[in-house]
Ligand binder design. Structure first.
Ligand code: 13P
Ligand code: SF4
Length: 315
């Protein structure tokens, strides 16, 4: 099987659009995808919007440009459709920070707790979960539960800590984190703010608490985008994966968006290397060959679909 097409970007785009029409495929992309992938996608969104769109599509073939758990979520919601992703090794450090066997032991040690899991988890962890949430609906869903309900929240300790503080809860937190969001440096961001005093600070809740506290807005990628579109500031410091800047600049062409630097100046730490594994070339090949295909074991999928559907009903 040919693994490289030797086509230019322009040729790849033409071929992708042709294949998409021929196959009746739907191309979805997360906001953290490379600009050229967001450009050719039929639908771009945050994790919540991608799940909602997958749940309602009629397309027989879904190409999910994001990371592995996003393809799994789409497959669990659409078991009769073929779901492919550009690169099967595009994982997620946050999902990897929650091993299903260890999580099972944690859940079993707290049998009187409701288990709430972030969508950034494997299907096996979702199968151990009562309600799935995304950063776009976590607060609303947690606040819909009785105040005295005992809750386990996994795997993101920063998002869980944020909900605990804004919703006055005391959820038990799994100690997981995302290697991109957990590494932003507050010192560098405060320095940036000094140089751009009029800029507002937009922070994803997967970032650490001190960053949440200096934010003008804490929210999912879609919530940050909406905030910037409706707000009257001219400049923003964006503390999340830098792929979101493409849509921010497209939606608000009169504003300035500054990517927040990360702690480690040696690497592009405000980029998710998993998200960036997907390229236009891999998108083309995945659409052409209809692989790598996402397969979820039937018994896991049957359990995992319930907390995802519960989330969609609650948000
Ligand atoms: P949202 O899409 O919910 O903003 O989450 C960000 C993320 O890290 C996805 O991997
Ligand atoms: Fe996972 Fe973090 Fe990458 Fe999102 S940005 S896919 S949470 S590693």
């Amino acid at each position: 099987m040919e693994t490289s097409s030797k086509k230019s970007s322009a040729e790849l785009k033409v071929e992708i659009l042709r294949l998409k029409r021929e196959k009746g495929a739907l191309i979805m992309a997360h906001y953290y995808q490379r600009d050229e992938i967001q450009e050719i996608a039929d639908f771009i969104g945050d994790s919540l919007a991608l799940a909602r769109q997958a749940a309602k599509t009629d397309a027989p073939l879904i190409l999910m440009c994001g990371v592995h758990f996003m393809g799994e979520t789409a497959k669990i919601l659409c078991p009769d459709k073929k779901v492919v992703i550009p690169d099967v090794s595009a994982g997620c450090s946050l999902a990897d920070s929650c091993d299903p066997e260890e999580f099972k032991k944690f859940v079993e040690a707290h049998p009187d707790h409701t288990v709430v899991s972030y969508v950034n988890t494997s299907a096996a962890v979702k199968a151990l979960t009562d309600i799935v949430v995304t950063s776009g609906n976590a607060r609303k869903i947690i606040e819909s539960l009785p105040e005295d309900e005992k809750i386990i929240f996994g795997p993101d300790k920063n998002l869980g800590g944020y909900i605990n503080s804004v919703s006055n809860r005391n959820m038990l937190l799994w100690p997981g984190a995302c290697h991109v969001h957990d590494r932003f440096s507050i010192e560098k961001i405060l320095q940036m703010k000094k140089n751009h005093p009029g800029a507002k600070i937009l922070v994803h809740p997967e970032c650490r608490r001190p960053l949440q506290l200096i934010a003008d807005k804490v929210g999912s990628t879609a919530a940050l985008l909406d905030f910037a579109s409706e707000d009257d500031a001219k400049e923003y410091i964006v503390v999340t994966e830098s792929g979101i800047l493409f849509e921010m600049r497209r939606k608000c062409s009169d504003k300035i968006f500054l990517p927040a630097p990360a702690e480690d100046s040696e690497c592009q730490c405000n980029e998710c290397d998993y998200m960036k594994m997907n390229t236009l070339e891999k998108v083309y090949l995945a659409l052409r060959d209809e692989k790598p295909e996402i397969i979820v074991e039937e018994d896991i999928a049957a359990k995992a679909v319930k907390p995802i559907e519960r989330m969609l009903a609650l948000s």
